[in-house]
Design a protein around this ligand. Structure first.
Ligand code: SF4
Ligand code: SF4
Length: 442
């Protein structure tokens, strides 16, 4: 948690890296970004749009507007999806602006006690897989004993504690494999070794959908990669970074760089877009650290989303159809993949290589599903609206499988499919490639 409290500048922000006035001034207030902003689409207020938030940052910087709970709510309503960065014709770096604003909000310490406690709980548990595992045991009993069904049917939790209720609502079924990491430290390449790669397990990924990590290893090894999985790896810092927990994000970033130091890998691969985006941001996160600024830049050069990597080096494993008839798939663009890393072509290229796959495109493909890290816990109403819309758009394509390359989106979309009574499987592209390589039919 943030503890430092640097001196205030003349405005409402303190003097420690406030949003850069030059970046603020690059906004010409044209409003092109409004229609692609999910919070503006749902809430409908200027202050919950990119342009409105930039106005607020400017006013706070100038000392004309206070940084207080009334203004903070508009920064909190931002999903950090970065759709506005993609849309903006003037190249406004809203990602840098909101990244500078969030730690300011955290240091301001203006939240209510329940909000503070909730955040403290999240930041002290979620980025630590072993702490999460300790919590999952009683939660598993809660799920299997039938207590979950009773709590959900009574509906009282949402009335008294909406964010706790949101946390309970997105809790997926806990797989048996959640409790231990089973992937060994080094997995040899099959056939001729082409590359030596490192792989990230992800905190939430390894607990709630460990099959994706297993599938990723199999796809990589089948395509000539020796895979190194450092057993000591911790959190990448994505959650902390996206929520303005600057010191915690720096700590995790340093730890991750140390984990992969001297491993002599050709690339560090990630299969969750939120983590991948944060790893690629280490240069910014550690720019003021005299010991890590340069190692961070070197590390970032090796980071690749696994799909980006495979599309670049090419698949060598033979692929088989996933069913006798053509298979219709819809690929869901995760925001930190599409807007954060500008990766949209590569996953589609890989999926099209599976014989018989026909890709469909949903409307509003670039709009956030509402997961956005822990947004669906902290802002459940907006997140629910977005989740519902996303599932409708994906299923309206008529596709029989949804391909999603981010654990947060997987959880959010699965939940809303269930709420809408739709039984469409959600699979990571690595799982689909893995089935295709192993000749498994869907
Ligand atoms: S952020 Fe970009 S698109 Fe949005 S109002 Fe400013 S200049 Fe226009
Ligand atoms: S990051 Fe997303 S939610 Fe936030 S202002 Fe930009 S488009 Fe809107």
């Amino acid at each position: 948690m943030q503890t430092s409290n640097p001196a205030k500048n003349s405005g409402g922000f303190d003097a420690q890296n406030p949003p850069d006035p030059k970046l603020i001034d690059s906004c010409v207030h044209c409003g092109f970004c409004l229609s692609t902003c999910p919070s503006y689409r749902v809430i409908g207020k200027e202050m919950d749009s990119p342009r409105g938030r930039i106005y607020l940052m400017d006013g706070i910087n100038e000392g004309e507007i206070p940084l207080n709970p009334a203004t903070i709510q508009h920064f909190d309503s931002c999903l950090g999806c970065l759709a506005c960065v993609t849309t903006c014709p003037s190249g406004v770096q809203y990602d840098q602006l909101i990244a500078a604003t969030r730690p300011q909000v955290e240091r301001q310490d203006a939240r209510s006690l329940p909000q503070k406690l909730l955040r403290q709980f999240i930041f002290s548990v979620f980025p630590y897989p072993n702490r999460m595992r300790a919590l999952l045991r009683p939660l598993g009993i809660y799920q299997k004993s039938g207590l979950q069904k009773i709590v959900r049917s009574m509906g009282f939790l949402s009335a008294i504690a909406p964010q706790l209720s949101a946390m309970e609502a997105i809790l997926p079924d806990i797989p048996a494999k959640a409790f231990t990491d089973t992937i060994p430290a080094l997995i040899p390449a099959q056939g001729e070794k082409r590359y030596r790669v490192g792989m990230l397990l992800g905190c939430v990924q390894r607990l709630f959908n460990p099959e994706v990590n297993d599938a990723t290893v199999r796809v990589l090894t089948a395509n000539g990669c020796e895979v190194l999985v450092p057993q000591t790896q911790g959190c990448c810092g994505a959650l902390s970074h996206h929520q303005g927990q600057e010191e915690q994000a720096k700590h995790f970033a340093r730890q991750m760089i140390d984990t992969f130091a001297n491993t002599e890998v050709d690339a560090v691969l990630v299969n969750a877009s939120g983590c991948g985006h944060t790893l690629k941001e280490y240069g910014h996160i550690l720019q003021d650290d005299p010991n890590y600024a340069e190692p961070a830049k070197a590390f970032v050069k090796k980071v690749k989303d696994v799909q980006e990597f495979l599309a670049e080096v090419g698949l060598t494993a033979k692929l088989s159809p996933l069913q006798a008839q053509p298979l219709t798939l819809v690929y869901q663009d995760a925001c930190h993949m599409l807007h954060g890393q500008k990766i949209s072509v590569q996953p589609r290229q890989l999926l099209r290589k599976i014989p018989g796959v026909q890709l469909r495109e949903p409307i509003d493909a670039a709009l956030c599903c509402g997961s956005a890290g822990i947004y669906n816990i902290l802002q459940p109403e907006v997140a629910n609206e977005l989740g519902q819309q996303k599932v409708e758009n994906l299923t309206n394509t008529g596709a029989s499988v949804i391909a999603s390359a981010n654990i947060g989106c997987y959880v959010q979309i699965s939940r809303h499919l269930k709420l809408q009574g739709k039984a469409v499987p959600v699979l990571h592209p690595m799982q689909l490639l893995d089935y295709s390589i192993r000749g498994i039919q869907l």
